[in-house]
Write a protein that binds this ligand. Structure first.
Ligand code: F6R
Length: 373
C-alpha cells in the first residue's frame, strides 16, 4: 500500500506539503502570537468586506461562518477586482493576499483606497505590502515562503483577532486554545506513520481515488466544504465541487436522479459532527437515503466542543486527505503550474501594471498632501 510506505510519500510529496498538516497546531500557535501584535483602533464599521482570492480568500469565508451568529454588522467576502457598491467611508475592508501580488486583491486595495474605506492588510510582502506602507494603511506581515494555501492559519487567525478587537465576535482566544489541542490530536491520528486501517485521511484518499469528490457542508462547515474542494483541486490536482445543506436539498439532490453511470465517477463527503442539531441530522440522513447507491458516500466528523476546534479539525482532515490523494496519484501536491501560468499570462495583459500605476499616483498625491500640512 503506497500510503503505508513513508519513503513513497516522501518521494511524491517532494516539496513537503504534508509537513504543513503535521505541524498545523504549530502554525496556528505562531499565527496567534503574530495576531496578538495587531494594534489598531478602528471605529465600529457599518459593514466589513474581506477581499482575497483562493488560499487567501478562504480565511474570509471561514471568518464569515464563525461570525454568522455573532456579528451585528454584515461581513461579505469579495473575490473580484472591485468592491461591492455599498463599500465606502464607513466600511472596513480587509485585503488578504499571501503573496501580496494577486491582481484582483491589488485592484480591491486600490478600490478601497479610492473610496476612502478603513483598510487593513494581511500579507507576506509583494506590491500589497509596498503600497500599504506608502499609503499608511495598517498591515500585518506574516512569514513568507509558504504556498498560500498552506499559510491559511496566518490568513485566518489575524482576521478573527481583528474582529474580536472590534467587539464583533467573542471566544477567539479560548476557541484557539482548544483548537490547538484538537489539531495536535487530529495530526497524530492522520500522520503518515499511522497505517491506513487506523488513519481516516488515508482511507478517505483511497476511497475517493478515481472519483470527483463533492463535499457537503452545513452551518459552520460551509467554508470548510469549500476548503476541502480547493485542496482537492490544488493538492491532488483533480476536479472537485462543494455544496451546503439545506440549500443542496433544493436542487443538488435532483441532479442525482438520472445520474446513472455518471454517479459512478462521483463521490460525496459529508462533513458532520456529533452535536448536529436534530433538524440537520434528520435532513442529512434523509438526503443520504435518497442518493443513488452507485455513488460512493463518505463522512468526516469534526472534533472538539467549540466552533473553532470543530471547523479547524474538519479542515485538517481534508488537508491530509488531499495530500494522500496526491500521493496515490503520483502527483507532487505543492506546485500549482496552471495558476502560475495563468498569473504569468495575465501579467502580460498590462492590467496589473495599470493598477500599480494608479497606486503609485495615489501614493504620490498622499505624499504631496503630507508635505503641505
Ligand atoms: C496557492 C493558492 C492559490 C492562491 C491564489 C491567490 O497555494 O492557494 O489559491 O492563494 O492564487 O494568491 P495569494 O494568496 O498570494 O493572493
Amino acid at each position: 500500500m503506497p500510503l503505508d510506505d513513508r519513503a513513497e510519500i516522501r518521494r511524491v510529496d517532494k516539496s513537503g506539503m504534508l509537513q504543513f498538516s503535521i505541524e498545523a497546531s504549530k502554525h496556528y500557535r505562531e499565527a496567534t502570537r503574530l495576531a496578538g501584535k495587531i494594534d489598531v483602533h478602528f471605529a465600529e464599521p457599518d459593514n466589513i468586506v474581506i477581499a482575497g482570492m483562493g488560499g487567501s480568500g478562504i480565511g474570509g469565508e471561514l471568518l464569515k461562518d464563525y461570525a454568522r451568529n455573532q456579528a451585528h454588522v454584515p461581513i461579505e467576502v469579495s473575490k473580484d477586482y472591485t468592491l461591492p457598491a455599498y463599500a465606502g467611508k464607513r466600511s472596513l475592508v480587509v485585503i488578504v493576499s499571501y503573496s501580496g501580488d494577486t491582481e484582483e486583491s491589488l485592484s480591491a486595495f486600490l478600490d478601497a483606497a479610492k473610496r476612502q474605506c478603513t483598510m487593513f492588510c494581511i500579507t507576506s510582502g509583494g506590491a500589497l505590502l509596498e503600497h500599504a506602507e506608502k499609503l499608511n494603511v495598517p498591515f500585518l506581515r506574516v512569514p513568507a515562503g509558504m504556498p498560500p494555501r498552506a499559510a491559511s492559519p496566518y490568513m485566518l487567525v489575524p482576521q478573527l483577532v481583528l474582529m474580536e478587537k472590534l467587539g464583533l465576535v467573542t471566544g477567539v482566544s479560548e476557541g484557539l486554545d482548544e483548537a490547538l489541542r484538537i489539531l495536535e490530536k487530529v495530526s497524530g491520528e492522520n500522520a503518515p506513520e499511522k497505517p491506513t486501517v487506523e488513519n481516516q485521511a488515508k482511507s478517505l484518499a483511497q476511497g475517493l481515488n478515481g472519483t470527483i469528490p463533492i463535499i457537503y457542508g452545513f452551518g459552520i462547515y460551509r467554508a470548510v466544504a469549500q476548503r476541502w474542494k480547493q485542496q482537492f483541486n490544488e493538492n491532488a490536482k483533480i476536479p472537485a465541487k462543494w455544496e451546503t445543506f439545506p440549500e443542496l436539498d433544493h436542487n443538488e439532490i435532483v441532479g442525482w436522479e438520472n445520474a446513472e453511470t455518471l454517479a459512478e465517477c462521483l463521490s460525496t463527503v459529508l462533513i458532520r459532527e456529533k452535536d448536529e442539531p436534530l433538524e440537520v441530522r434528520s435532513r442529512i440522513e434523509i438526503t443520504k437515503s435518497l442518493m443513488p447507491k452507485a455513488s460512493k458516500q463518505f463522512e468526516a466528523y469534526a472534533q472538539g466542543k467549540g466552533t473553532l476546534a470543530k471547523m479547524l479539525s474538519a479542515i485538517l482532515v481534508g488537508d491530509f486527505t488531499s495530500v494522500y490523494l496526491a500521493v496515490l496519484r503520483n502527483t507532487d501536491p505543492t506546485p500549482v503550474k496552471t495558476i502560475n501560468l495563468l498569473k504569468q499570462k495575465l501579467g502580460e495583459t498590462g492590467t496589473r501594471e495599470r493598477i500599480i500605476g494608479e497606486l503609485e499616483a495615489l501614493a504620490g498625491k498622499q505624499k504631496a498632501k503630507t508635505r503641505k500640512t
